[in-house]
Ligand binder design. Sequence first.
Ligand SMILES: Nc1ncnc2c1ncn2[C@@H]1O[C@H](COP(=O)(O)OP(=O)(O)OP(=O)(O)O)[C@@H](O)[C@H]1O
Length: 914
Amino acid sequence: MGSVARDDVGKEERILVSVRVRPLNERELERSDVSDWECISADTIVFKNSLPERSMFPTTYTFDRVFGCERNTRQVYEEGAKKVSLSVLSGVNSSIFAYGQTSSGKTYTMTGITKYSVSDIYDYIQKHEEREFILKLSAMEIYNEAVRDLLSPDSAPLRLLDDPEKGTVVEKLTEETLRDQDHLKELLSFCLDQRQIGETSLNEMSSRSHQILRLTIESSAREFSGMGNLTTLAATINFVDLAGSERASQALTAGSRLKEGCHINRSLLTLGTVIRKLSKGRNGHIPYRDSKLTRILQSSLGGNAKTAIICTMSPARTHIEQSRNSLLFASCAKEVVNNAQVNVVTSDKALVKHLQRELVRLESELRCIVPTSTSNPDALKEKDVQIRRMEKEMKELMQQRDLAQSRLEDLLKALGDDQGSRQSEELSQYSIPRAPNSSEDTFSTSESSQSRDFGNAKFDASSGTKGCTEPHLQLYGKTREEHAVSFLYHSASTTSSMGQEEVSYLTSHDFEDHYKEVLCVEMVEPSMNIIKDCNLLLTEESDSLLSPSIRAQEKEGKGWVLEPSPIPLVKISSSSRSQALARSRSCRATITGTSSPWFHEEEEDADTPPNIFLKDFPRRPEGTKRTHCSINLGAESEKCSQDVELNAHSRDGSISQASEQSSDDVLKPRNFKSSPDEGVTNISNTVEGLKEMAKMQYQKRLADGQDTENSTNYDTGVTVKDVCLEPTLESSQSPSRWPLEFEKKQRDIVELWHACSVSLTHRSYFFLLIKGDPTDSFYTEVEYRRLCFLKNSSSEGSVDKTTVDADQNGSFALSLRNLRREREKLCRGLNRFSAAQRVSLYANWGIALDSKKRRVQLSRRVWTDTKDMERARESAMLVAKVFRFLEPAQAPKEMFGLSFTQQLTSRRSFGWRR
Ligand SMILES: Nc1ncnc2c1ncn2[C@@H]1O[C@H](COP(=O)(O)OP(=O)(O)OP(=O)(O)O)[C@@H](O)[C@H]1O
């Protein structure tokens, strides 16, 4: 027991690379081939014969281990694979590859490694009766770039599907639950029979396909089984026997053998490229998608898995080129860093309980923040800090909820027809519209393979265990049943009785029987820049700037068409199928990064087959409630609340309606920078301004002696409002009226942007993000008011001169100047488009192709038509394209600083850091 490898998991870890040299075989001996290689120590192999023509090649190679021909497979396993292999018992994904030239001994080695691993795994299981184990096997081969199920007699090729969270999954892949070791052996021999074997001049029994045997192991403490708080470790191990690289001339292949050889070499080439690129760090595009092999094994290559590679080689001089190639491959592989995590599955009940506890804790912490001496500035400051911390934690909690929400949709889909009745109806109000499946690469829950659903959480390595004991969980922003979290959150925020009611509702359903959460455990914070490799690429969307059809698609509400990184989402992601527990680091990039090339054409790899899946902007489903607290900005609006959510609670945790108050003086923040032209960065100023307004309001109330117990608890003026009310209903009275209202507000805002010379960047971000969801009412309202305020302050001089920055007028001048610069930049940026694209753009924007300075004309037209919303949309898209905005997931509405909705950032490490 002990820790699950705080020592050996939880940090970046290099791939374990060994080289095995087989003895000269009969054919080689017959033709008096000589052995050129010698293992001179446990980790070094040298080229013995210094042929003059070879002098430019290195003669000495060092790896983690080298095995000469006198070493047997047991030794190879013990020293070169065992550690990696058995980590699967600790909930860590692992993979063992055999790589090498044809006839170099890959199958020979891998068969032994699999046998010894399985035997050790069953040994372990026998010795740990306190835990219950479930083992499952799936097996596939990739033959001529087609994936086949080796556990099924049906040889129809299987599709690969991309799941944003689980990565690449093989559709309809059989997964057999194992009864015992004999059953496993039986299945393995069945696989062997199924595998494509052919004779070449180098190997009578040459494997013509890549074989992946995948064993999934789940384990949980028997002590807790049936108690509802079950936590399970779940991980997979892949035994990968690659097809051998070969030279047609040497292998004397022709016809179908030759074709096989081409496919084999091509996928091995991709594997080599992936390894080579990874060995140089994770910068740039990694072409996982260029072959099925690398797609399927992506997480084992620089991702969430421990990996061992055994390179096999023949010592014969005739194979020197191939042997060197293998050694070069091994040398690159040595540099590749993985980041394995412990994958923990928790039952819904356990998850719910945990979340409930967290919510209660947060609530009680909030209650403790009683303003004892509001006149004491130090106390106020301290409370301010406390509140901000609270805000952060609450926000994280809400992020959990939103993530859960997205998971719920999967769940609903899975429940689909079976449980389409009442339960579905009740839950569906929380579901998020899902992107339609568009291609083979689009993940379809209902059709996908037979394994179980998992979610994620974060694992506290310090209390992890070696072997398979229950780890101490630290949930990280992850839950599957959004409604559970949502209910919990609401309930914890309001009344505990309601919470219990909702929890019992949840548990009364049999979700736990069907679904589990894999808590993908992060052992350490990754130190690498997880941002770089994110390849969330807008595919057709780039062209949609030019193409009306894509605009139409956008219009139809399909959202943005994004191409996910070939690298799947990571870390905290909820992975539902067993093998998909792995996450690659670059996906985390997708999540947390700030430099993801949303429209970054340059990073697209033309060779990589596109894999499009449709993804909506993060949206809150209609009808879901949002928990929020608010700042009262004043009583200007009759129908829309002016609440700015700051995620604070009243000190007694109760709902308290912000008192309406005359706002004139509230709208006079001392430091409110009203310059509208500073683009997105200025938004934080705006928000600061809004907070400042609230603060002033509060201070005024203090001065007026109006500070009542119920009205506020926060020195920055947060007036605690109903933490459970649906903001939309509150702000717009009726949800049905909201779309119309939004449309009108949007038009007004577009006019005001123009009038206030607001930055193009800001306009575009706002326009693209705020699309009229019910929860957007806040953003819309605040933006509208902000702009009105700016407009008034500039044109009418209505703002109190003592409270507005002295350089107000200067600010507006600056706005204009900056706007001009932005247009110039836009004009330059249009160079990014190809000539053909530009022509299409000009045509679309009504610019004569024979006119002069067309780019200047275009840049001047962008965001000038304030009446035509379609034009506004095109403007936004064009700016987004040229300025390379963040992709939507990374450009949450919170960028407007108001924190109304949760950033659907990622499956990554936001969470419950205490
Ligand atoms: N270390 C070894 N000791 C003894 N014999 C070996 C060793 N490695 C391989 N062989 C023998 O060499 C032959 C080829 O091995 P194997 O089929 O494993 O090669 P391979 O790399 O998988 O080839 P291919 O890529 O063509 O499938 C087999 O007959 C095998 O028994």
